[in-house]
Design a protein around this ligand. Structure first.
Ligand SMILES: Nc1ncnc2c1ncn2[C@@H]1O[C@H](COP(=O)(O)OP(=O)(O)OP(=O)(O)O)[C@@H](O)[C@H]1O
Ligand SMILES: [Mg+2]
Length: 311
């Protein structure tokens, strides 16, 4: 059982007139045997962190630090070795189906390939592909139709579920699911999570689940990491029930079930450099030192938090 461990991971994109620190010195361990949720507002760096782990960032990204999977530092592997890792060790359910589905090939062939099946052995083996689709809420008849369709013939939700099936098809020991329920109605969303939970229980070693859905993160995940402006500000196994970081508290207070008390202010603009804590300008508990110095990560038995209040 191999954990995924990030050491000072940083991803910087050069942009006109500066740079965006999409992932900013993240050190964290995602434990095997667990589903770890990653939550945080749009643009905080969730997908970039995931793509860094998979070695799928564009070549112009500056990546530093270490990403360990067992004995391998993934950042030191060759592109070819990384392809093997993606096939066998980490499967991806991408945020945008277009990133995984080839528009000019039928879904069936793509799914069979992901299953490691020879697409010519259609008749006997496509049963596996069909069953996999059925796990994601397609009826037998629908599954047959999906296998024969080109991606553009499928609705967004159908594409999303096909991509999920492809993501788990290789039997990789880790699954990274980036907003796997995007665009699905409630019933299909539940089914998606039920299936992923089963996958995790029976096949996968561990799972990273990137989601906007905080309530879901709470029910599905063993541990939740909260990202703000490229950093993980808090992680633990009762983060939603007992948030510690002021940002997490704000996020939870802004849920509809808690009266939708929107947080004041905005996250730092991409590329904006702050000397102290990145949340300090919005934080209701700011201390003078918060504006001057970055808080370290404080760890204890309930997890980790990057905030001077817990020093
Ligand atoms: N290829 C890229 N080139 C330049 N900047 C990028 C690139 N990809 C992402 N970014 C920037 O990095 C930051 C983090 O983006 P990311 O896609 O990881 O956000 P996210 O947390 O996944 O958001 P969402 O919840 O909307 O999916 C954003 O400021 C984004 O604009
Ligand atoms: Mg994203």
């Amino acid at each position: 059982m191999e954990d995924i461990r990030l050491e000072n991971l940083a991803v910087r994109f050069p942009v006109k007139g500066g740079a965006v620190d999409a992932v900013d010195q993240v050190s964290v361990t995602f434990k095997s045997g667990e589903i770890t949720g990653i939550i945080g507002e749009s643009g905080c760096g969730k997908s970039v962190l995931g793509m860094a782990v998979l070695g799928l960032l564009p070549t112009y990204a500056h990546v530093s630090g270490e990403i360990w999977l067992g004995e391998d530092n993934l950042l030191k592997l060759t592109p070819r070795q990384m392809r093997t890792i993606r096939g066998r060790k980490i499967g991806l359910i991408a945020q945008n189906p277009g990133d995984s589905l080839n528009p000019v090939r039928k879904a069936g062939g793509q799914l069979m390939e992901a299953l490691g099946l020879n697409t010519r052995e259609k008749s006997c083996r496509s049963a596996d592909a069909r069953r996999l689709l059925e796990d994601f809420g397609f009826s037998g008849e629908q599954a047959v139709r999906v296998l024969k369709s080109y991606p553009f013939q499928l609705s967004g939700g159908m594409q999303q579920r096909t991509v999920a099936a492809m993501g788990i098809a290789s039997g990789a020991s880790w699954i990274l699911a980036d907003e796997p329920s995007k665009g699905l109605d409630e019933k299909l969303r539940e089914q998606m999570y039920e299936t992923l939970r089963k996958v995790k229980k029976h096949h996968a070693n561990g799972m990273l689940m990137i989601t906007h859905d905080i309530v879901l993160a709470e029910t599905l995940c063993d541990s939740v990491a909260v990202m703000y402006s490229g950093q993980i500000v808090e992680k633990g196994n009762s983060v939603i029930k007992s948030p510690r970081h002021p940002y997490t508290k704000g996020l939870i207070a802004s849920l509809p079930s808690n009266g939708m008390n929107a947080m004041k202010g905005l996250a730092p603009a991409p590329g904006e450099e702050l000397k102290g804590c990145k949340f300090a300008p919005r934080c209701p508990y700011t201390l003078p030192k918060c504006m001057k110095k970055r808080p370290e990560i404080y760890k204890d038995e309930s997890g980790m938090v990057r905030c001077f209040l817990y020093a």
